[in-house]
Write a protein that binds this ligand. Structure first.
Ligand code: AHR
Length: 322
């Protein structure tokens, strides 16, 4: 809207009419006048479903017109959606990039069209001048928190602890960063060994499939670290089907803290969850409004998160929103 006003202002008599129509609107839009194009990764996990709901609910509440597109975990779909938002001349583009690389060209196109871009949830490796801000979790820190729990659990033992890791989508920021943070922390403890690490693509089905194969290949798994609850839940089924007790025979540490994961933790089938909040909608709408009003926003907005053990999960479950 702000950009549209500037463009109109350049156009003689029409400019006066347009500015008068908006009265004292010096960059701050009246309700309903901002259009946000949002390209979502997909619907791969409980986290993602909660994130989509948060964005849709918050847009409604904020009076922002949302053009929503689901990329089904495919980068080419996200690029096509962003190009379509540019064509439609939306006011702000938001997206959660499925992978880190390969965005330069489309981000340059958005910049050339003078449409501000907000990264939500996941980062890219492009020049930061191509987007206004990145709003979301610190994934490296999440990996560190998961690793620290293991270090604390096994600090008094001398036996080797065999860990298998289920990584998220290959090339995605959370998969890269969580692995990095986790391995950085456990690396300082020679007893903690990652004996296998494979992608489960952040889905329950893949988590189960990969864990089934890992259980066949390794008879001595002590710990599973899954980059999200869904893969952990799929793997938990594989552990049970192999006749083992999740949470006891194999300890399970995950990231997200969605309801199903929290239930498994409260039931003693998971051991620890690092929270990753999907409730980014309100912050995204605030940022879109500020950008549209020409106000400054921080280049990096980090989500505040906690961790849960089994007792904390029991306490939090009754009021858990997602
Ligand atoms: O980018 C956030 C991650 O993506 C969540 O941890 C995972 O569940 C989702 O699919």
């Amino acid at each position: 809207m702000f950009r549209r006003l500037i463009a109109l202002a350049a156009g003689a008599s029409l400019a006066l009419t347009a500015l008068t129509a908006c009265g004292s609107d010096s960059g701050s839009d009246s309700e309903g006048s901002i259009t946000l194009g949002f390209s979502q990764v997909g619907a791969e996990s409980g986290w993602r479903t909660a994130n989509t709901k948060s964005i849709q609910d918050s847009a409604k509440k904020a009076g922002i017109e949302l053009k929503f597109s689901d990329a089904q975990q495919k980068q080419e779909n996200q690029i096509a959606a962003i190009r379509s938002f540019i064509k439609q001349k939306v006011d702000v583009i938001g997206f959660s990039p499925v992978v880190v690389t390969g965005w330069d060209a489309v981000l340059k196109e958005a910049k050339a069209a003078d449409i501000p871009v907000v990264l939500t949830d996941r980062a890219v490796d492009s020049d930061p001048s191509l987007y206004v801000t990145f709003l979301g979790s610190d994934f490296v820190e999440e990996g560190r928190k998961a690793g620290q729990w293991l270090v604390d659990q096994y600090k008094d033992g001398a036996d080797p602890v065999n860990i298998v890791q289920l990584e998220g989508t290959v090339g995605s920021a959370p998969a890269i960063d969580r692995k990095k943070g986790f391995e950085e922390v456990i690396g300082a403890n020679p007893n903690l060994k990652v004996i296998a690490s494979q992608s489960g693509d952040f889905t329950r089905a893949k988590g189960k499939e990969v864990m089934q194969a890992l259980l066949k290949a390794h008879k001595d798994i002590d710990v599973l670290f899954a980059h999200n609850d869904d893969m952990g839940l799929g793997a938990m089924q594989a552990v049970e089907e192999a006749g083992l007790k999740p949470g006891e025979d194999i300890k399970i540490v995950t990231i997200d803290a969605v309801k199903d994961g929290m239930q498994a933790l409260a039931d003693g089938r998971f051991n620890f969850i690092v929270e990753c909040s999907p409730l980014l909608g309100d912050q995204l709408m605030d940022v879109a409004k500020k950008i549209d009003a020409g106000e400054d926003v921080d280049k990096r907005i980090v989500t505040v998160e906690t961790v849960f053990d089994q007792a904390a999960a029991k306490e939090a479950l009754p009021t858990r929103q997602y």
